[in-house]
Write a protein that binds this ligand. Structure first.
Ligand SMILES: Cc1cc2nc3c(=O)[nH]c(=O)nc-3n(C[C@H](O)[C@H](O)[C@H](O)COP(=O)(O)OP(=O)(O)OC[C@H]3O[C@@H](n4cnc5c(N)ncnc54)[C@H](O)[C@@H]3O)c2cc1C
Length: 408
């Protein structure tokens, strides 16, 4: 299927999703508390079968869902995306037991997941994360430095799993200690994909992904208030116990789990942005066609109509780049990380431009609390920062451009 032209069934599906978002999801979103997980909204996404599609369809379907929901209800879009982001590591890397325990509840909307990578001192540079996973002797307290010095385990070489102890039942055990910050759905989620350092000084290679249920002892957190109504917070882990049964993927290979998830979700962040840009554009076309000024309407002023044309042009270019990147992902084409980066970068920057221009063309009314554009103006900012800031995306694109030369 060529990515630059949707099938008629896909176009109809998108229209249906926009109608569902406006009629069934927006009323639930309006009843929610800004900045908190809206469980009735998540449950409705489950009832509508949209959460199941997160795990049964590919990147392009994910983009179409996110774009269409964002057009009419950004809160529903975000709730859907976070179910996918938080649970995708379980879907892609979980054991049968982990998948059976959590995925049915995520897809029916009764369990809320979170993806916990960022830390106060490790955002863009996620490989610098410090949250520690320390091996624990299940027979007694962990040995102190003096005990370790003579007979205890030696530090693992960089990139290798850290010191581990087998419990009497043969399972490896660790305790997780540290802090995560700006984690969507925290601290209200039911489980967390937590990325922790299992080998000190190992950089990205010394990181392991753990599935941590919210009721584990030692796990706490607090809500953060953002400019947008996004559920987000901090996590504090104080010797949270985990075992080999909680590992997602392989010990020491957690960064692959994180990056694989982001490769899938990055184009869809762009789709979220395209949905917002289209909503701002449509509102602007309607407004400039009826707002009277200087003996006509705003659209009669060429500077205005050309500005609207520019908004439409950039929105369409961003949409096509997003669809192309998502299709490349679904086909397992080469160059997916760079294409995903291009899609996210172009679409989020475009949406910022389009929403800002829409505010300008609406004048003061756009800045009144409760106006669509006031809402979009707050929503559009964060996607240029999360899942890799725009500058980080440029870095990925550049690295891939020069990679071939370096390989010669
Ligand atoms: C609404 C929202 C939701 C989020 N949800 C989650 C979540 O669910 N899970 C999670 O783990 N994290 C989440 N985050 C955190 C997000 O991933 C980080 O904010 C992001 O990675 C950037 O990290 P930072 O904020 O520490 O900025 P920093 O890393 O300090 O970067 C600040 C700025 O420095 C510049 N910069 C950084 N690196 C480079 C570079 N290599 N080249 C050039 N310039 C650079 C960029 O301008 C960047 O914006 C969320 C953030 C927001 C705002």
């Amino acid at each position: 299927m060529p990515a630059f032209s949707l099938e008629p069934t896909q176009t109809i599906w998108c229209a249906d999703l926009r109608a569902l978002a406006a009629d069934r999801l927006r009323p639930l979103a309006e009843k929610g508390e800004p900045g908190r997980v809206n469980r009735p909204l998540v449950a409705e996404l489950g009832r509508l079968g949209l959460l199941r599609r997160l795990f049964t369809s590919g990147a392009l379907d994910l983009c179409l869902m996110r774009e269409s929901l964002a057009y009419a209800c950004t809160e529903a879009e975000t709730a859907l995306a976070l179910q996918g982001l938080g649970a995708h590591p379980v879907h892609a890397h979980g054991t049968p037991a982990q998948r059976d325990r959590w995925l049915p509840a995520v897809t029916d909307g009764s369990a809320v997941p979170a993806f916990a990578l960022s830390e106060p001192e490790a955002g863009s540079d996620a490989g610098a994360l410090r949250l520690r996973a320390e091996g624990e002797n299940a027979d007694g307290p962990r040995p102190g430095p003096a005990a370790v010095d003579s007979v205890g385990p030696r530090p693992a070489p960089p990139g290798e799993p850290g010191p581990l102890h087998a419990a009497p039942d043969g399972r490896r055990r660790w305790v997780l200690t540290g802090e995560k910050c700006w984690i969507s759905n925290a601290p209200e989620a039911d489980f967390y994909t937590v990325f922790a350092r299992t080998s000190p000084g190992g950089g990205a290679r010394g990181v392991t992904a753990f599935l941590v249920p919210a009721d584990r002892p030692g796990l706490s957190g607090g809500a953060l208030e953002m400019v947008s109504p996004h559920p987000i917070g901090t996590l504090l882990l104080d010797e949270v116990p985990v075992t080999a049964d909680d590992v997602l993927g392989e010990v020491g290979r957690g960064f692959r789990v994180a990056m694989g998830t982001l490769d899938l979700f990055r184009p869809s962040v762009g789709a979220f942005a395209v949905g917002m840009a289209q909503a701002a554009l449509d509102a602007t076309v309607a407004h400039t066609a009826r707002r009277r000024a200087f003996g006509g309407t705003l659209k009669d002023l060429q500077t205005v109509s050309h500005q609207v044309a520019e908004m439409a042009l950039r929105t369409e270019a961003a949409r096509l780049t997003v669809y192309a990147a998502a299709t490349a992902h679904d086909r397992h084409d080469p160059g997916v990380p760079a294409r995903a980066a291009m899609a996210k970068l172009l679409a989020t920057e475009t949406a910022q431009y389009v929403v800002d221009a829409a505010v300008q063309l609406h004048g003061a009314r756009a800045l009144q609390r409760g106006h669509l554009l006031e809402h979009l103006y707050r929503e559009v900012r964060a996607p240029r920062i999360y899942e890799g800031a725009s500058e980080v995306q440029r870095g990925i694109i550049a690295k891939n451009l020069y990679a071939d030369l370096e390989a010669e």
